[in-house]
Design a protein around this ligand. Structure first.
Ligand code: ZN
Length: 263
């Protein structure tokens, strides 16, 4: 057997193992990070070429404290090139949505702010966005939603910084910024989903950002099977039942295709 064949066999075996574990599970939680969205052309902010390596992120407390810093923040937001809102779900998002629609996946917990799980068809009540969503804004006080296109129009016209129409509160992109507390309701939903699952799949997260990265361990301790699908090794590989270091979209698509054969 030459080396290429041996390698191929390993890929097939990993996909068969993943399919078999999905088949034998009734309630799966998927936990996604930046790695799934890089395949849609969205850069990994924390990666070696990430935005945060070139530009210091704005701290939440500074944003609240200073109008100048809010102006800087909106300037950055609207001066980028192609926005996240224009990105499309890739084969990884689509494969996850297939398993949601099939009733296999109970919840998708994500660290991503790009909204691509929703765009792929996953219903809101099955998505838990731990770090919020970059495609709209909300009032920090009353949580009323505002559309970025409206904010952009007035900001670019005369530099007007958005305040809430209802309560005059500060309006901010609906992401969880550095220095901003994790959203209590989303953390609680994520915990409940994690403790109710019998299989937990980490997809495209290097599992370095706490508290979010604590969920796989919680699931494992609670008796769920743990799978990690990521390009690079993670700190939790040693406790996982299956570890796959491969491209996400092709791997999940192949596992789903194989799943139909198993039925
Ligand atoms: Zn308000």
């Amino acid at each position: 057997m030459n080396q290429e064949t041996a390698e191929q066999k390993t890929v097939d075996q990993e996909i068969r193992d993943l399919s078999e574990m999905i088949r034998s599970s009734a309630r799966i939680v998927v936990f996604t990070g930046a790695g799934i969205s890089t395949e849609s052309g969205i850069p990994d902010f924390r990666g070696p070429d990430g935005i945060w390596k070139k530009m210091t992120p704005i701290d939440f407390n500074d944003f609240v404290r200073s109008e100048e810093i809010r102006r800087e923040s909106w300037t950055r937001k609207f001066s980028g090139g192609a926005s996240m809102a224009e990105a499309d779900p890739n084969s990884g998002h689509i494969a996850i949505n297939e398993l949601v629609q099939a009733g296999k996946i109970s919840h998708v917990i994500t660290q991503n702010v790009d909204g691509l799980h929703k765009k792929s068809g996953v219903p809101d009540d099955k998505i838990i966005e731990l770090h919020g969503n970059a495609n709209y804004a909300t009032c920090l006080d009353c949580h009323q939603r505002y559309e970025l296109s409206d904010i952009q129009q007035t900001f670019l016209a005369d530099g007007t910084i958005p305040y809430c129409d209802s309560c005059q509160g500060i309006v901010k992109t609906a992401t969880v910024s550095f220095g901003q507390p994790m959203p209590v309701a989303e953390m609680k939903r994520a915990e409940e989903a994690t403790f109710s699952c019998d299989m937990f799949i980490v997809i495209g997260s290097s599992l370095v950002v706490y508290p979010a990265a604590g969920f796989p361990g919680m699931a494992k301790q609670n008796g769920a099977k743990l799978v990690i699908l990521n390009n690079e090794p993670t700190d939790l590989d040693s406790i996982a039942d299956l570890v796959i270091h491969r491209q996400i979209g092709v791997t999940l698509s192949a596992a789903n295709a194989n799943l139909h054969v198993l039925h």
